[in-house]
Ligand binder design. Structure first.
Ligand code: CP
Ligand code: NVA
Length: 297
């Protein structure tokens, strides 16, 4: 998130609004451009929304199957980046370790987009900020609670909310709070934007003042070995009807998806009248276009 200035983030959100309103105006804006996509972890939304975005903007996307490349046989990520960036206009990567993304970016001649790492998920959060903007007509002073694991989505939300003047309250079990470095960065940014940044452990306080309540999985990709332990610890942090009842009747429910129904969120809440998760998922497509236009337009 911090590779963008506050002004750039704002302009991507405005561009997303224009793209969503009139997608036909953007046909051929990336004519003949090629996006390479490298996924070390599974993906539905990120992979398909980027691929469709490229097609609708007049370009092409090529999905690289790592096992079919020399990466699977030990060619370094740096050498691969040197070569692949001579064939393409942009690289999108979803990686197990954030370090891999840094090596890719360092050795690439073309822009590299983070399609999720263990530390951040900026494309998701840029799109989510647009979704909030769409509902509220603005971002400053909006109150968002994130309940659950202090993971990659939570880290990017902290930065994105602080940059946008959104007040963010993270509610996580002890030991599962977002990374210190992200909380500190968010607090620093908030001095400029006036946003309030809070990290607490008490799930009973999640609904207080919330305009939006956001959650994500308790077991992220890469955390599978801790599954049993985590499912026990996170039970009290489920986004369920009891929590929603305590919130304002207009409070919106968000989830980046995929959801584990019955774990971090109940069926009643994700399918309930306050849920905006399907608009949120749709907006990935519009926001991805704005990110691509900024990267290779
Ligand atoms: N929210 C999100 O990034 O979904 P995918 O893992 O399906 O890409
Ligand atoms: N935190 C989740 C997000 C999935 C889009 C994960 O990293 O698996």
């Amino acid at each position: 998130m911090n590779d963008l200035s506050i002004g750039e983030l704002e302009s991507i959100i405005r561009e997303t609004e224009r793209i969503k309103a009139k997608p036909e105006n953007y046909k051929n804006r990336l004519k003949d451009k090629i996006l390479l996509m490298l996924f070390e972890k599974p993906s539905t939304r990120t992979r398909i929304s980027f691929e469709i975005a490229m097609i609708q903007l007049g370009g092409n996307a090529i999905d690289i199957d790592e096992s079919m490349t020399q990466l699977g046989r030990g060619e370094t990520i740096g050498d691969s980046a040197r070569v692949l960036s001579r064939y393409s206009d942009c690289i999108l990567a979803r990686v197990k370790k954030h370090e891999t993304l840094k090596k890719l970016a360092k050795n690439s001649k073309v822009p590299v987009i983070n399609g999720l790492s263990d530390l951040e998920h900026p494309c998701q959060v840029i799109s989510d900020l647009f979704t909030i903007y769409e509902v509220e007509g603005g971002l400053k002073g909006v109150n968002l609670t994130y309940i659950g694991d202090g993971n990659n989505v939570c880290n990017s939300l902290l930065l994105g909310c602080a940059m946008s003047g959104i007040n963010i309250k993270v509610v996580s079990p002890e030991g599962y709070e977002p990374g210190r470095e992200f909380v500190e960065k968010a607090l620093n940014i908030s001095k400029k934007t006036g946003s309030k940044v809070e990290v607490i452990n008490d799930p009973k306080k999640a609904a207080i003042n919330a305009d939006f309540i956001y959650t994500d999985v308790w077991v992220s990709m890469g955390d599978e070995s801790e599954e049993k332990k985590r499912l026990g610890i996170f039970q009290a942090y489920q986004l369920n009807e009891e929590i929603v009842k305590l919130a304002d009747s207009n409070c919106r429910i968000m989830h980046c998806l995929p959801a584990h129904r019955g774990l971090e969120i109940t069926n009643g809440v994700i399918d309930g009248k306050n849920s905006i998760v399907w608009d949120q998922a749709e907006n990935r497509l519009h926001a991805q276009k704005a990110i691509l236009l900024r990267s290779l337009g």
